[in-house]
Design a protein around this ligand. Structure first.
Ligand code: NDP
Length: 448
């Protein structure tokens, strides 16, 4: 039995009730096989994989809070401090009823590799609660956040663990969490990222994930001897990532012909108008169907996904599992030859298998989320640097650093894939490139 199989089987025995985590660990371990085989003796001697798959620490706590009617509630709070080999734990807090330890461990493990890929000194973590902010008043959300931080503050710090937002945790929640941390500790420090500009946030953070996705796509195309200019792009989503991906793609000369929300998608043959999209989504918080009413020539497709439209490139920027195997086949049949993931896990396993077949057959380009959407966490790390310096960089400074980081990630992913005999396979390349730095640091630091 291979070392990877051995470690995975033990993991299955230890954590039989964590299906999401086991699935992610299996996929990651399998893709690390080429590097593990090369270094098996060293890794075994240092129990490297056994340590890599177990979080350094998991904190679980109860979060008591009282709603506006005076009724008391208890939610569960978690922080998975997965790996600090290359820097303080860093990863989002998710508030959603589906949150449990298995999901947070899965997200935390992915985060270790994504953070390592940025080249910045940030370790991997993830946390959150099964609290559902939907339908709660601002006062209820504030009381919940204060109670959550009253326990969490013991385990985090600017050089220890720096959480950020994720699903259900946006600017409002980060503000409440930060206020409570400051109140309890009496410290004004960069303990959270995604903060408002007035209290330590970074310029270009809202743009970072979408812009970074397009910088990565541009670089991947250059690597294949192509260019973004003049290409037709299909985008899903109409939120933060989609909006800024559409903006940057247009600036670089491509045309994004779709945007979507959970009701349907809009097709605009002239390219989605960023200002109209932002007016509808950021200002009015309306539905994407509005777009077709305002922009002549555009068409709204109710209840459908955009993957049937003719395109060169697809940028899924909405949600998990939004491209299944059939969607992937449809994309390819309609001329698509490149997918870069803005959302986390938008492609199902079967979609990824379809891309891989197309890659082997005809050079299909696929960049997984871990590398393609790392611009968000990269600028979060730049927010930490600015907080430590007690300085704020200009938009241009942050954007230019983001661009360099994305170019560098592409180079490292592509080089790692090539060095381990998987040239062009960026899934393997991303996992190995992320793992190389973490494993080097873990080996240097001894059995900790
Ligand atoms: P937003 O909430 O701003 O936008 C999400 C968009 O996706 C909305 O338009 C939403 O539509 C749409 N959507 C949600 N569910 C579905 C669905 N089932 N079918 C079709 N559309 C859907 O989120 P973000 O843009 O911030 O995040 C998008 C993705 O990118 C997520 O996977 C997130 O984890 C990932 N990501 C985000 C980062 C960031 O910095 N923001 C960083 C890294 C990853 P509706 O309004 O109808 O709900």
């Amino acid at each position: 039995m291979s070392y990877v199989e051995e470690v995975y089987q033990n993991l299955e025995k230890k954590h039989p009730n964590e299906p999401e985590f086991l699935e992610a660990a299996k996929r990651i371990l399998e893709s690390l096989n080429p590097i593990v085989e090369k270094n098996e003796e060293l890794y075994r001697k240092n129990a490297l994989l056994e340590r890599f798959v177990e979080p350094e620490r998991i904190v679980t706590f109860r979060v008591p809070w009282t709603d506006d009617k005076g009724v008391n509630h208890i939610n569960l709070g978690y922080r998975v401090q997965f790996n600090s080999a290359i820097g303080p734990y860093k990863g989002g807090l998710r508030f959603h009823p589906s949150v449990n330890q298995s999901i947070l461990k899965f997200l935390g493990m992915e985060q270790i590799l994504k953070n390592s890929l940025t080249g910045l000194p940030i370790g991997g973590g993830k946390g959150g609660s099964d609290f559902d902010p939907h339908g709660k008043s601002d006062a209820e959300v504030m009381r919940f956040c204060q109670s959550f931080m009253t326990e969490l503050f013991k385990y985090i710090g600017k050089d220890e663990d720096v959480p950020a937002g994720d699903i259900g945790v946006g600017g409002r929640e980060i503000g409440f969490l930060y206020g409570q941390y400051k109140r309890i500790t009496n410290l004004y420090e960069g303990v959270l990222t995604g903060k408002g500009l007035a209290y330590g946030g970074s310029l270009a953070r809202p743009e970072a994930t979408g812009f970074g996705l397009v910088y990565m796509t541009d670089e991947m195309l250059k690597g294949a001897g192509k260019e973004l200019k003049g290409k037709t792009v299909v985008v899903s989503g109409a939120g933060n990532v989609a909006q800024y991906a559409i903006k940057k793609a247009a600036e670089l000369g491509a045309k994004c012909v779709t945007a979507s929300d959970s009701n349907g998608y809009v097709y605009d043959p002239n390219g989605i108008n960023f200002d109209v999209l932002c007016q509808i989504k950021q200002v009015e918080r309306g539905r994407i169907s509005e777009y077709a009413k305002r922009v002549p020539g555009s068409v709204y497709h109710d209840g459908e996904k955009p993957w049937g439209e003719k395109c060169d490139i697809a940028l899924p920027c909405a949600t998990q599992n939004e491209i299944d195997g059939d969607d992937a086949k449809k994309l390819i049949a309609n001329g698509c030859w490149c997918v870069a993931e803005g959302a986390n896990m938008p492609s199902t396993e079967s979609a990824i298998d379809t891309y891989e077949e197309a890659r082997v057959k005809s050079g299909f380009l696929f960049m997984p989320a871990k590398a393609a959407n790392a611009g968000g966490v990269a600028v979060s790390a730049l927010e930490m640097s600015q907080n430590s310096e007690r300085l704020s960089w200009t938009f241009e400074e942050v954007d230019s650093k983001l661009h360099d980081i994305m170019v560098n990630i592409y180079k490292n992913v592509s080089d790692a894939a090539e060095r381990y005999g998987h040239a062009g396979d960026f899934v393997t390349g991303a996992n190995i490139a992320g793992f190389e730095k973490v494993s080097d640091a873990m080996l240097s630091q001894g059995m900790v």
